[in-house]
Design a protein around this ligand. Sequence first.
Ligand code: NAP
Length: 258
Amino acid sequence: MESRRLGPVVGLGTYRTFEDDAGLARDVVASALGSGTRLIDSSPMYGAAERSLAAALDGRRDDAVVATKIWARSTDEGRAQLDAQLRWYGRVEIEQVHNLVLWREHLPLLERERAAGRIGRIGVTHYSPSAFDELADALRSGRFETVQLPLNPHERDSERVLLPLAAELGIPVIVMRPFGAGSLLRSPPPAEDLAPLRAFGVETWPQALVKWVLSDPRVDVVIPATSKPERARENAAAGEPPWLGPEERALVERLAGA
Ligand SMILES: NC(=O)c1ccc[n+]([C@@H]2O[C@H](COP(=O)([O-])OP(=O)(O)OC[C@H]3O[C@@H](n4cnc5c(N)ncnc54)[C@H](OP(=O)(O)O)[C@@H]3O)[C@@H](O)[C@H]2O)c1
Protein backbone atom coordinates (compact mmCIF):
# COMPACT_ATOMS: atom_id res chain seq x y z
CA MET A 1 0.00 0.00 0.00
CA GLU A 2 1.18 3.53 -0.74
CA SER A 3 2.46 5.21 2.43
CA ARG A 4 -0.03 7.67 3.89
CA ARG A 5 2.14 8.67 6.82
CA LEU A 6 2.51 12.30 7.87
CA GLY A 7 5.44 12.02 10.23
CA PRO A 8 7.02 11.63 12.68
CA VAL A 9 6.89 15.43 13.09
CA VAL A 10 5.96 18.18 15.52
CA GLY A 11 2.92 20.29 14.61
CA LEU A 12 1.23 23.16 16.45
CA GLY A 13 -2.09 23.27 18.33
CA THR A 14 -4.14 26.45 18.68
CA TYR A 15 -6.61 25.74 21.51
CA ARG A 16 -6.68 28.60 24.05
CA THR A 17 -3.42 30.09 22.79
CA PHE A 18 -4.35 32.21 19.75
CA GLU A 19 -7.75 33.48 20.92
CA ASP A 20 -8.47 36.60 18.88
CA ASP A 21 -4.93 37.97 18.92
CA ALA A 22 -3.80 37.90 15.28
CA GLY A 23 -0.45 39.57 16.13
CA LEU A 24 0.39 36.89 18.67
CA ALA A 25 -0.72 34.15 16.27
CA ARG A 26 1.51 35.62 13.55
CA ASP A 27 4.57 35.54 15.84
CA VAL A 28 3.94 31.99 17.07
CA VAL A 29 3.20 30.69 13.56
CA ALA A 30 6.29 32.41 12.13
CA SER A 31 8.44 30.83 14.84
CA ALA A 32 6.89 27.39 14.33
CA LEU A 33 7.22 27.49 10.52
CA GLY A 34 10.76 28.81 10.86
CA SER A 35 11.57 25.79 13.05
CA GLY A 36 10.35 23.23 10.53
CA THR A 37 6.77 22.83 11.79
CA ARG A 38 4.20 22.43 9.01
CA LEU A 39 0.95 21.04 10.40
CA ILE A 40 -1.19 23.50 12.39
CA ASP A 41 -4.38 22.26 14.07
CA SER A 42 -7.43 24.42 14.76
CA SER A 43 -11.21 24.22 15.10
CA PRO A 44 -14.35 26.37 15.01
CA MET A 45 -14.55 25.46 18.71
CA TYR A 46 -11.39 27.48 19.48
CA GLY A 47 -12.98 30.94 19.42
CA ALA A 48 -11.29 33.16 16.85
CA ALA A 49 -8.24 30.88 16.48
CA GLU A 50 -9.11 29.84 12.91
CA ARG A 51 -9.39 33.46 11.79
CA SER A 52 -6.14 34.41 13.59
CA LEU A 53 -4.39 31.48 11.94
CA ALA A 54 -5.59 32.58 8.51
CA ALA A 55 -4.20 36.07 9.09
CA ALA A 56 -0.93 34.57 10.34
CA LEU A 57 -0.62 32.51 7.15
CA ASP A 58 -1.15 35.50 4.86
CA GLY A 59 1.62 35.37 2.26
CA ARG A 60 2.91 31.97 3.41
CA ARG A 61 -0.09 29.70 3.06
CA ASP A 62 1.88 27.14 1.06
CA ASP A 63 4.31 26.64 3.95
CA ALA A 64 1.58 25.16 6.17
CA VAL A 65 -0.59 22.07 6.34
CA VAL A 66 -3.90 23.26 7.80
CA ALA A 67 -5.70 20.67 9.91
CA THR A 68 -8.98 22.10 11.13
CA LYS A 69 -12.37 20.68 12.07
CA ILE A 70 -16.09 20.63 11.58
CA TRP A 71 -17.84 21.00 14.95
CA ALA A 72 -21.48 21.40 14.07
CA ARG A 73 -24.86 20.21 15.29
CA SER A 74 -26.42 20.28 11.82
CA THR A 75 -25.19 19.67 8.28
CA ASP A 76 -26.10 23.27 7.37
CA GLU A 77 -23.86 24.55 10.14
CA GLY A 78 -21.11 22.18 8.97
CA ARG A 79 -21.40 23.56 5.42
CA ALA A 80 -21.16 27.14 6.79
CA GLN A 81 -18.03 26.24 8.79
CA LEU A 82 -16.39 24.69 5.74
CA ASP A 83 -17.30 27.71 3.57
CA ALA A 84 -15.63 30.05 6.08
CA GLN A 85 -12.52 27.83 6.16
CA LEU A 86 -12.29 27.80 2.37
CA ARG A 87 -12.51 31.61 2.35
CA TRP A 88 -9.74 31.80 4.98
CA TYR A 89 -7.42 29.06 3.74
CA GLY A 90 -8.38 28.41 0.09
CA ARG A 91 -8.29 24.67 0.82
CA VAL A 92 -8.11 22.47 3.93
CA GLU A 93 -5.43 19.79 3.87
CA ILE A 94 -6.92 17.81 6.79
CA GLU A 95 -10.60 18.29 7.68
CA GLN A 96 -11.49 16.51 10.91
CA VAL A 97 -14.86 15.80 12.48
CA HIS A 98 -14.43 17.32 15.94
CA ASN A 99 -15.34 15.09 18.89
CA LEU A 100 -17.27 12.74 16.58
CA VAL A 101 -20.15 15.24 16.53
CA LEU A 102 -22.64 14.04 13.86
CA TRP A 103 -19.81 12.26 12.05
CA ARG A 104 -21.96 10.06 9.82
CA GLU A 105 -24.07 13.04 8.75
CA HIS A 106 -21.09 15.30 7.92
CA LEU A 107 -19.21 12.71 5.87
CA PRO A 108 -21.13 12.98 2.54
CA LEU A 109 -20.30 16.71 2.23
CA LEU A 110 -16.68 16.17 3.25
CA GLU A 111 -16.30 13.32 0.77
CA ARG A 112 -17.76 15.44 -2.05
CA GLU A 113 -15.41 18.30 -1.17
CA ARG A 114 -12.45 15.93 -1.11
CA ALA A 115 -13.41 14.64 -4.57
CA ALA A 116 -13.52 18.27 -5.75
CA GLY A 117 -10.02 18.86 -4.33
CA ARG A 118 -10.96 21.44 -1.69
CA ILE A 119 -10.21 19.01 1.15
CA GLY A 120 -7.09 16.82 1.25
CA ARG A 121 -7.79 14.18 3.87
CA ILE A 122 -10.77 13.55 6.15
CA GLY A 123 -10.02 12.90 9.82
CA VAL A 124 -11.79 12.40 13.11
CA THR A 125 -10.97 13.40 16.70
CA HIS A 126 -11.95 12.81 20.30
CA TYR A 127 -10.30 13.65 23.61
CA SER A 128 -12.22 11.36 25.96
CA PRO A 129 -11.64 7.62 26.62
CA SER A 130 -15.43 7.30 27.09
CA ALA A 131 -15.73 7.92 23.32
CA PHE A 132 -12.89 5.65 22.19
CA ASP A 133 -15.20 2.72 21.28
CA GLU A 134 -17.10 4.98 18.90
CA LEU A 135 -13.83 6.44 17.61
CA ALA A 136 -12.70 2.88 16.81
CA ASP A 137 -16.00 2.24 14.99
CA ALA A 138 -15.43 5.40 12.97
CA LEU A 139 -11.94 4.20 11.96
CA ARG A 140 -13.30 0.77 11.01
CA SER A 141 -15.81 2.48 8.68
CA GLY A 142 -12.86 3.00 6.32
CA ARG A 143 -13.91 6.61 5.66
CA PHE A 144 -11.24 8.43 7.73
CA GLU A 145 -7.63 9.07 6.81
CA THR A 146 -6.36 10.57 10.08
CA VAL A 147 -7.26 10.18 13.74
CA GLN A 148 -6.52 12.69 16.52
CA LEU A 149 -6.38 11.46 20.13
CA PRO A 150 -4.68 12.27 23.47
CA LEU A 151 -1.41 10.60 24.52
CA ASN A 152 1.04 11.52 27.30
CA PRO A 153 2.50 9.61 30.28
CA HIS A 154 -0.70 10.28 32.27
CA GLU A 155 -3.21 9.63 29.47
CA ARG A 156 -2.48 6.29 27.81
CA ASP A 157 -5.95 4.82 27.14
CA SER A 158 -5.42 5.24 23.38
CA GLU A 159 -2.61 2.66 23.54
CA ARG A 160 -5.08 -0.16 24.23
CA VAL A 161 -7.23 -0.26 21.08
CA LEU A 162 -6.87 2.91 19.01
CA LEU A 163 -3.13 2.98 18.35
CA PRO A 164 -2.96 -0.71 17.33
CA LEU A 165 -6.08 -0.26 15.18
CA ALA A 166 -4.74 2.85 13.46
CA ALA A 167 -1.47 1.03 12.75
CA GLU A 168 -3.33 -1.99 11.36
CA LEU A 169 -5.49 0.19 9.11
CA GLY A 170 -2.59 2.47 8.08
CA ILE A 171 -4.31 5.59 9.46
CA PRO A 172 -1.93 8.40 10.52
CA VAL A 173 -2.21 9.43 14.19
CA ILE A 174 -2.17 13.06 15.38
CA VAL A 175 -1.58 13.40 19.14
CA MET A 176 -3.27 16.19 21.12
CA ARG A 177 -2.50 17.25 24.73
CA PRO A 178 1.15 16.05 24.89
CA PHE A 179 1.56 18.16 28.05
CA GLY A 180 -1.86 17.25 29.49
CA ALA A 181 -2.99 20.80 28.65
CA GLY A 182 -0.02 22.09 30.63
CA SER A 183 -0.59 19.97 33.79
CA LEU A 184 2.55 17.87 33.13
CA LEU A 185 4.70 21.01 33.07
CA ARG A 186 3.72 22.42 36.46
CA SER A 187 6.49 20.75 38.47
CA PRO A 188 9.21 19.78 35.99
CA PRO A 189 11.95 17.41 37.18
CA PRO A 190 15.38 18.91 37.93
CA ALA A 191 17.54 19.42 34.83
CA GLU A 192 20.10 16.80 35.97
CA ASP A 193 17.43 14.06 35.81
CA LEU A 194 17.25 14.65 32.05
CA ALA A 195 20.97 13.85 31.57
CA PRO A 196 20.35 10.37 30.05
CA LEU A 197 18.14 12.03 27.40
CA ARG A 198 20.73 14.57 26.20
CA ALA A 199 22.17 12.13 23.66
CA PHE A 200 18.67 12.08 22.13
CA GLY A 201 18.67 15.85 21.66
CA VAL A 202 16.48 16.51 24.71
CA GLU A 203 17.44 19.62 26.68
CA THR A 204 14.18 20.50 28.46
CA TRP A 205 11.25 18.75 30.12
CA PRO A 206 8.70 19.81 27.42
CA GLN A 207 11.10 18.34 24.81
CA ALA A 208 11.26 15.08 26.78
CA LEU A 209 7.45 14.82 26.65
CA VAL A 210 7.27 15.68 22.94
CA LYS A 211 9.93 13.10 22.16
CA TRP A 212 8.24 10.51 24.39
CA VAL A 213 5.11 10.81 22.22
CA LEU A 214 6.89 10.79 18.85
CA SER A 215 9.04 7.82 19.86
CA ASP A 216 5.95 5.61 19.67
CA PRO A 217 6.27 4.37 16.07
CA ARG A 218 2.48 4.41 15.67
CA VAL A 219 2.38 8.21 16.10
CA ASP A 220 2.78 10.59 13.16
CA VAL A 221 2.29 14.12 14.49
CA VAL A 222 2.22 15.68 17.95
CA ILE A 223 0.58 19.12 18.25
CA PRO A 224 1.66 20.99 21.40
CA ALA A 225 -0.01 24.40 21.73
CA THR A 226 1.80 27.51 22.90
CA SER A 227 1.28 31.26 22.94
CA LYS A 228 5.05 31.90 23.12
CA PRO A 229 7.18 31.99 19.92
CA GLU A 230 10.31 30.71 21.72
CA ARG A 231 8.36 27.72 23.06
CA ALA A 232 7.17 26.83 19.54
CA ARG A 233 10.87 26.66 18.62
CA GLU A 234 11.74 24.63 21.74
CA ASN A 235 8.95 22.12 21.07
CA ALA A 236 9.76 21.78 17.36
CA ALA A 237 13.39 20.97 18.17
CA ALA A 238 12.26 17.66 19.72
CA GLY A 239 10.92 16.42 16.39
CA GLU A 240 14.18 14.97 15.12
CA PRO A 241 15.66 11.48 15.59
CA PRO A 242 17.21 9.71 17.41
CA TRP A 243 13.99 8.45 19.01
CA LEU A 244 13.81 7.22 22.59
CA GLY A 245 13.98 3.49 23.28
CA PRO A 246 11.98 1.61 25.97
CA GLU A 247 14.46 2.56 28.74
CA GLU A 248 14.38 6.26 28.00
CA ARG A 249 10.59 6.24 27.62
CA ALA A 250 10.30 4.52 31.00
CA LEU A 251 12.53 7.23 32.50
CA VAL A 252 10.23 9.98 31.17
CA GLU A 253 7.23 8.12 32.63
CA ARG A 254 8.92 7.92 36.05
CA LEU A 255 9.87 11.60 35.93
CA ALA A 256 6.26 12.44 35.06
CA GLY A 257 5.15 10.52 38.15
CA ALA A 258 3.11 8.13 36.02
N1 NAP B 1 -10.04 17.50 19.27
C1 NAP B 1 -10.03 17.67 20.56
O1 NAP B 1 -10.92 17.21 21.27
C2 NAP B 1 -8.88 18.41 21.17
C3 NAP B 1 -8.86 18.55 22.53
C4 NAP B 1 -7.79 19.17 23.08
C5 NAP B 1 -6.77 19.62 22.26
N2 NAP B 1 -6.80 19.50 20.92
C6 NAP B 1 -5.70 20.01 20.05
O2 NAP B 1 -4.46 19.61 20.62
C7 NAP B 1 -3.66 20.77 20.91
C8 NAP B 1 -2.76 20.54 22.10
O3 NAP B 1 -3.50 20.27 23.27
P1 NAP B 1 -3.71 21.34 24.43
O4 NAP B 1 -3.56 22.70 23.87
O5 NAP B 1 -5.00 21.00 25.10
O6 NAP B 1 -2.56 21.04 25.48
P2 NAP B 1 -0.95 20.85 25.49
O7 NAP B 1 -0.40 21.11 24.14
O8 NAP B 1 -0.73 19.54 26.15
O9 NAP B 1 -0.49 21.99 26.49
C9 NAP B 1 -0.60 23.34 26.16
C10 NAP B 1 -0.05 24.15 27.32
O10 NAP B 1 1.35 23.91 27.46
C11 NAP B 1 2.06 25.14 27.58
N3 NAP B 1 3.34 24.99 26.86
C12 NAP B 1 3.53 24.65 25.57
N4 NAP B 1 4.83 24.53 25.27
C13 NAP B 1 5.51 24.82 26.40
C14 NAP B 1 6.89 24.87 26.73
N5 NAP B 1 7.85 24.58 25.84
N6 NAP B 1 7.24 25.23 28.02
C15 NAP B 1 6.30 25.51 28.93
N7 NAP B 1 4.96 25.47 28.67
C16 NAP B 1 4.56 25.13 27.42
C17 NAP B 1 1.19 26.19 26.96
O11 NAP B 1 1.32 27.40 27.66
P3 NAP B 1 1.94 28.73 26.95
O12 NAP B 1 0.93 29.19 25.95
O13 NAP B 1 2.10 29.66 28.11
O14 NAP B 1 3.24 28.30 26.33
C18 NAP B 1 -0.23 25.63 27.15
O15 NAP B 1 -0.79 26.10 28.35
C19 NAP B 1 -4.72 21.87 21.10
O16 NAP B 1 -4.20 23.17 21.03
C20 NAP B 1 -5.67 21.55 19.98
O17 NAP B 1 -5.15 22.01 18.74
C21 NAP B 1 -7.83 18.88 20.37
